[in-house]
Design a protein around this ligand. Structure first.
Ligand SMILES: [Zn+2]
Length: 297
């Protein structure tokens, strides 16, 4: 997880003189020691938070900011217990453009995020309803979309079409993956085409936009949902604010590209608090249930 854990804050011990990390700081005669890594800093309100106060929903106890989640954390708070079955878990990126050191970058990303690629797909139940899920991970190269992300999303959508099931995609991405060049951009068309066939079959597709959803992912499957939900204050846009500002030479409005701004301007249908998301998705799945859905239980 990368929740802006402070590796060395005023309350932690930092490093011992020999270079070996101290497990805790002991100040003689000043009460109990404080173990390392027990505090995190909220990037929104800047408060230093005791880690144990952060629940499985990963919310700031001070300002309710929604911290970024890994796919496994997302599955835990969204799917019915034990219902998630992963699809295509072993797909891995190659280096189609022979980009320098791409293999090393992939290895570092895999180690950091603990998954093989920037999206996890699978089937599951939410409030008893069968669904196919794709959950992106910002901890893996900022959720960038290369050939494998596009392929996994496409296969998940095709699986849903074949089994007459709804699709929910949790998006978070910095956009197309530059190390795979044009092949990354092709994923936009590929995923959109698969979703088109899913739509023609009369099936439901819900997107849940999480912080941040930008670039080629916004420009393809993130914005194609029949219903587009978002988490509060998620950054949603195509180009970054600095690029837009530099292009149009104008000041951007307050809250530009945040979920609330996008709701007001019609890009988002509803903002849902993370603690209510499972219930909301369950309701939507029940309302739009396809009578021909296969029961995968
Ligand atoms: Zn906060």
């Amino acid at each position: 997880m990368n929740l802006s854990f402070k590796k060395k804050n005023s309350l932690s011990g930092g490093r011992a003189s020999g270079g070996k990390r101290k497990a805790e700081r002991r100040v003689p005669g000043v009460g109990p020691a404080i173990p390392d890594g027990m505090w995190i800093k909220c990037n929104t309100c800047k408060a230093i938070i005791y880690k144990k106060e952060v629940t499985e929903y990963k919310l700031c106890p001070n300002c309710d900011a929604h911290f970024r989640m890994s796919p496994s954390e997302r599955i835990r708070v969204t799917c019915d217990e034990g219902s998630f079955v992963e699809l295509d878990a072993f797909l891995e990126s190659e280096n189609p453009m022979e980009y320098p050191e791409y293999e090393e970058i992939i290895q570092a990303a895999q180690k950091k995020a603990g998954i093989r690629e920037a999206v996890v797909t699978g089937r599951a139940k939410i409030e008893g309803e069968d669904v196919v899920l794709a959950i992106m991970d910002s901890h893996y190269m900022m959720g960038s979309m290369g050939s494998v992300v596009g392929e996994k999303v496409t296969r998940a959508v095709e699986y849903a079409t074949e089994h007459m099931l709804p699709v929910i995609i949790f998006t978070t991405s910095g956009g197309a993956r530059m190390q795979e060049g044009i092949i990354s951009l092709m994923q936009m068309a590929k995923t959109a085409e698969a979703l088109g066939r899913h739509d023609e079959a009369g099936l439901l597709y819900i997107t849940v936009l999480t912080d941040p959803t930008t670039g080629g992912v916004t420009a393809s499957f993130a914005m194609l949902g029949d219903i587009i939900l978002s988490e509060p204050r998620a950054l949603i846009g195509f180009a970054g604010q600095r690029v837009i500002k530099g292009t149009i030479h104008q000041e951007l409005p307050e809250g530009f590209q945040r979920a609330e701004f996008q709701l007001e301007h019609g890009f988002v249908d509803r903002i849902v608090h993370r603690e209510k998301l499972k219930e909301e998705l369950g309701k939507l799945l029940k309302l739009h249930k396809c009578v021909e859905s296969e029961d995968l239980a």
